[in-house]
Design a protein around this ligand. Structure first.
Ligand SMILES: Nc1ncnc2c1ncn2[C@@H]1O[C@H](COP(=O)(O)OP(=O)(O)O)[C@@H](O)[C@H]1O
Ligand SMILES: [Mg+2]
Length: 284
């Protein structure tokens, strides 16, 4: 099993190495990086490339570790017990009918190896990663209601992503293979754009990329635009048929690039950017 990147996804050498290292070590791959740098997509692409079904678990601030294992639906059971029908009376007898299997349960009991994505783990509360330590390490857990041990038939390939909003506990980190997706350099970014917009004109791309990196390198930005923002912006530029000249700052005029709302997502950043453009104009 070796991941080599894919048609839709540009993987740098070090990223491929990391994926393969996690596969070899049989440890979860923890992927960090700015939002929009392809962390979620990585899991989807690796799963597809290795022909594994992908189970996804998107974490929210309210997500509990237990939900990934299973939940006992006591309310349904109570309701069924109050119905007079024969069917429901039968159902009620077996508690197993009220165990809602979480993604880990599904991954552990699947007939073939699957990929499992635990997306944006840093959204959950601080205890969440610790609560999953044993399950991810030993690949088993106990269901008290049915008194059975759920053990992985095949070790799933686990991807965990984080946007770095919270630090993860050391004990958790110890068990993962770690990779930080660095923000793509211009050359890699070019390849990514090519994957999405193969027909984009070279000159337009070059001008747009220059503007993009200029915006990104503005000192003091609150939220730097990332890959997905660049892609959105390019899509708009093409849809609106923005001429090349609108992007190139000809000597006489420096202006705010069109549709900058695709790149800058808050008013402080837009104001900062406009001020800078204004100052540049005056200095000419
Ligand atoms: N290496 C890449 N190759 C191709 N497309 C990419 C790459 N990185 C990011 N993208 C694009 O950016 C979008 C956002 O990626 P996503 O995986 O959702 O980011 P994240 O999960 O890191 O926030 C993807 O839908 C894809 O279109
Ligand atoms: Mg994501």
């Amino acid at each position: 099993m070796k991941f080599q990147g894919s048609q839709n996804y540009v993987a740098t050498q070090d990223l491929m190495l990391a994926v393969n290292a996690a596969i070899t070590l049989q440890r979860p791959l923890l992927v960090k990086g700015e939002p929009g740098t392809g962390k979620t997509m990585l899991a989807e692409e690796v799963a597809q490339a290795l022909d594994m079904p992908l189970l996804q678990w998107h974490i929210k601030s309210t997500t509990k570790a237990q939900q990934g294992l299973y939940e006992y639906d006591a309310v349904s059971r109570l309701r069924d017990s109050q119905l007079a029908e024969h069917d429901s009376a039968e159902r009620v007898k077996d508690i197993r009918n009220y165990i809602v299997k979480g993604v880990l349960w599904q991954a552990f009991t699947a007939d073939r190896p699957v990929a499992l994505l635990i997306d944006e783990i840093d959204k959950a509360d601080i205890e969440f990663p610790n609560d999953l330590l044993r399950e991810l390490d030993r690949m088993e857990f106990y269901c008290y209601e049915t008194r059975e041990l759920i053990r992985a038939k095949h070790r799933p390939l686990v991807f965990i992503t984080s946007n770095n909003e919270k630090e993860l506990p050391d004990a958790f980190l110890r068990r993962c293979f770690f990779h930080y997706i660095k923000f793509p350099d211009a050359e890699t970014m070019q390849r990514i754009v090519d994957v999405h917009f193969p027909k984009l004109k070279k000159e337009l791309l070059a001008a747009a990329m220059k503007t993009f990196y200029d915006v990104r390198n503005l000192p003091g930005l609150k939220k730097k635009p990332s890959t997905s923002e660049l892609l959105d912006w390019l899509k708009l530029l093409m849809a609106e048929d923005i001429p090349l000249e609108a992007l190139q700052s000809a000597d006489s005029k420096v202006s705010v690039p069109p549709l900058v709302g695709a790149l800058l997502k808050n008013e402080q950043d837009t104001t900062l950017f406009e001020k800078l453009v204004f100052m540049n104009q005056r200095n000419r």
